[in-house]
Design a protein around this ligand. Structure first.
Ligand SMILES: Cc1cc2nc3c(=O)[nH]c(=O)nc-3n(C[C@H](O)[C@H](O)[C@H](O)COP(=O)(O)OP(=O)(O)OC[C@H]3O[C@@H](n4cnc5c(N)ncnc54)[C@H](O)[C@@H]3O)c2cc1C
Length: 414
């Protein structure tokens, strides 16, 4: 029986543990936190085959620079004189190209579709309960410019075989009659699904534990020691551990650990915030408020508003200006919904692990033969979780891969 240590207990680490355990491995998950907060808990819960365009698309760097001095902007890149950031920024700028978009679409779509199937399989086959709804995603637009752009993306998505329709304001009203929506039109990606992440995470952890996965919480991995091209042991703050195989799924901190092995995977933390409201909102279909880049999700018993991408280092400080910007955007699109001061005060944040080209790193680096890297999923880590976990288990067990993962190679150059 192979012994595997998974570093990081977010959605990627847990999904890796699940599929590895199903393969008969003895799995331990180590996390520096109590495993109850962060990106995998605060996200918008979308499963997004619709998101075929990576963050690194033409114009993204320009937009980021334009918004640099606007504290309420949805994308904020804080320049820092750190080699890791400078390398990432250079690679991100280079990736903001038509070529990167063209090379990413199929791989991103395929991994998202695989994940949708696996979420459904989990729902049907396992004895833990979680919300999984198929209502699609509305890209709500208030300006002709945004609508035009979304229609262009819809055209590309349709060419990829995804189900998409363009809606007028009246059609939006008919779809969502319980609350007025201030938009001139929308694109409805029928291919998308949604979930309630924090509920899923709690249920999933309990299920894994019942099925023999061991957890070390509140225990930070501080070092990894190579012997030749294999990891011999890892040091946590409390103990030294050995295993046959290791999975690096430490989210936005992954590159800090990979560097200890001489493996460079450019990665930045992209902070995002969420506000929950328990009040009846009348929202039953998930939506993205396109111009404001705010996600709206009708979750299990509450509505979540989530947004911003703040590239400013690894910390969980809440910036009230950005929380306020999300609340304002909500009222601009849903004039009947007013986010309360109390709801804003309870906002939480998480760090997305953002690779420069918008694609995750999945697989083994040539520098280490018993480490599988699984990170860098940026805005789609929730959606890509189960597929990533399955691919990780296939890499480690040497099985045929469920899809081609060349585009996600950790050794790729930018
Ligand atoms: C506001 C917001 C909305 C989002 N909406 C969506 C969405 O709708 N759909 C979607 O697909 N994605 C969404 N995302 C992105 C998604 O949440 C992330 O991509 C995903 O959660 C990343 O998961 P992860 O397991 O890689 O990282 P994390 O969830 O960050 O988990 C990494 C874990 O590693 C641990 N760790 C780090 N360093 C160490 C160490 N040295 N030792 C031990 N443990 C360590 C951390 O404590 C953490 O628990 C959103 C993100 C945010 C912030």
């Amino acid at each position: 029986m192979k012994k595997v240590i998974v570093i990081g207990g977010g959605i990627i680490g847990l999904c890796s543990a699940y599929y590895l355990s199903k393969e008969g491995c003895e799995v331990t998950v180590i996390d520096q936190s109590a495993m109850d907060f962060g990106a995998s808990y605060v996200n918008a819960g979308y499963l997004t085959p619709s998101h075929i365009i990576p963050l690194a698309a033409p114009g993204a760097m320009k937009q980021g620079l334009k918004w640099m001095f606007n504290p309420a902007s949805p994308l904020f890149i804080k320049p820092r004189l750190e080699p890791g950031f400078l390398q990432w920024a250079w690679a991100f700028n280079k990736s903001c190209s038509e070529k990167n978009v063209k090379n990413s679409i199929t791989a991103i779509k395929d991994i998202n579709l695989l994940s949708v199937d696996l979420f459904s399989e989990l729902k049907q086959q396992e004895n833990f309960n979680f919300q999984l709804e198929h209502k699609g995603l509305l890209m709500l637009c208030q300006t002709q410019k945004a609508l035009h752009h979304e229609v262009e993306v819809a055209y590309l998505a349709a060419k990829e075989g995804l189900e998409v329709t363009v809606l007028t304001a009246a059609e939006i009203g008919k779809m969502q009659p319980q609350t007025y929506i201030n938009a001139i039109g929308a694109v409805h990606f029928k291919c998308d699904w949604h979930t309630t992440p924090n509920v899923f995470m709690e249920e999933f952890k309990a299920h894994l534990q019942e099925n023999g996965v061991q957890f070390f919480k509140n225990e930070k991995v501080i070092d990894l020691r190579l012997e030749g091209t294999s990891i011999k042991e890892i040091n946590t703050e409390k103990q030294i551990l050995q295993a046959d195989e290791f999975v690096l799924a430490a989210g936005s901190s992954s590159s800090l650990l990979s560097r200890k092995l001489g493996i460079k995977i450019p990665l930045e933390a992209g902070k995002g915030y969420r506000i929950n409201t328990q009040r009846e909102t009348g929202i039953s279909i998930p939506a993205i408020l396109t111009e404001a880049r705010v996600a709206v999700t009708p979750m299990d018993g509450f509505t979540r508003f989530a947004g911003t991408m703040e590239i400013a280092g690894i910390h969980h400080k809440i910036n009230p200006v950005r929380v306020e910007a999300i609340a304002k955007a909500v009222q601009k699109y849903y004039p009947e919904i007013n986010v309360s001061t109390e709801e804003k005060a309870q906002a939480a944040c998480g760090l997305r692990p953002v690779s420069p080209d918008g694609k995750p790193y999945i697989g083994k680096s040539s520098k280490c033969d018993n480490l599988t890297i699984a990170t860098g999923h940026a805005m789609m880590g929730w959606s890509m979780g189960p597929a990533t976990g399955k691919l990780v288990s296939e890499v480690i067990s040497g099985k045929k891969l469920s899809m081609n993962i060349d585009a996600f190679h950790p050794d790729r150059r930018f």
